[in-house]
Ligand binder design. Structure first.
Ligand SMILES: *[C@@H]1O[C@H](CO)[C@@H](O)[C@H](O)[C@H]1NC(C)=O
Length: 223
């Protein structure tokens, strides 16, 4: 322990004026004024940015599923309680829209895959970067395939029990990076995650025909 730690607060307070020479104090006050000026300038700039942001009120891009179909889901035969391997083919069309009336959106990267019961059932499909103007909508279609994807040993029985109940619930996970454009100014990149859920009717069921979502699914966007 150093001596200083042992001293009482009063002792330190009493000693302080003696410890700091006058010219040091003086220059300290000057630099403190400088920092005060700089920080008020900084907060003024922040306030302007905040005001512009509030006026423009940026909204997250919104997504909806237009159609999704599962063309095939085939599991390798495996010993009970051993991992299975899945081949799959899924088609998907979704709509990305820019709800902002004054901001454009750059989609720098967008990737999508399908999952079922928390397991990825297709590989990733990626979309080329594009720009979306104020209030614009884009239709995005992807063909997702999986080949020899490892899935849990319960996958087959989960699909079988869904077949009994008549509905297969599939999720689509979209991730990407977006930038906002205001006039000529372009923001930094924001990471975006979208999750869409849709229930498909088994109907005649696989493998005779594709499973198709009846009405579009719900999507939520996290930015
Ligand atoms: C998946 O596809 C590969 C070839 O792409 C094939 O060798 C394998 O047997 C298939 N598995 C199933 C379960 O259909």
């Amino acid at each position: 322990m150093s001596k200083l730690d042992v001293r009482s607060p009063e002792h330190c307070a009493a000693k302080q004026p003696h410890n700091s020479p006058h010219h040091h104090r003086h220059s300290f006050i000057n630099s403190s004024n400088f920092w005060k000026l700089l920080s008020s300038l900084f907060s003024a700039i922040l306030a302007v940015i905040l005001l512009v942001w509030l006026v423009l009120r940026p909204s997250k891009p919104s997504f909806s599923l237009q159609q999704a179909s599962v063309y095939s889901l085939s599991l390798s035969d495996s010993a009970p309680a051993a991992a299975s391997f899945l081949n799959s083919s899924v088609q998907l069309t979704f709509i990305a829209s820019n709800p902002n009336s004054r901001l454009g959106i750059y989609y720098d990267s967008l990737r999508v895959y399908a999952s079922y019961q928390g397991q990825q059932i297709t590989g990733l499909a990626s979309f080329p970067p594009f720009y979306q103007d104020h209030g614009e909508k884009n239709l995005l279609s992807a063909s997702l395939t999986g080949s020899n994807l490892p899935v849990s040993p319960y996958f087959g029985s989960e699909v079988a029990s869904d077949q009994v109940s008549g509905k297969l619930t599939v999720r689509f996970e979209v991730d990407g990076r977006v930038r906002y454009k205001v006039g000529t100014w372009v923001s930094g990149k924001y990471r975006m995650n979208v999750e869409c859920i849709t229930a498909m009717d088994f109907g005649r069921g696989l493998p005779t025909g594709p499973l198709t979502s009846q009405q579009g699914g719900l999507c939520s966007t996290k930015l």
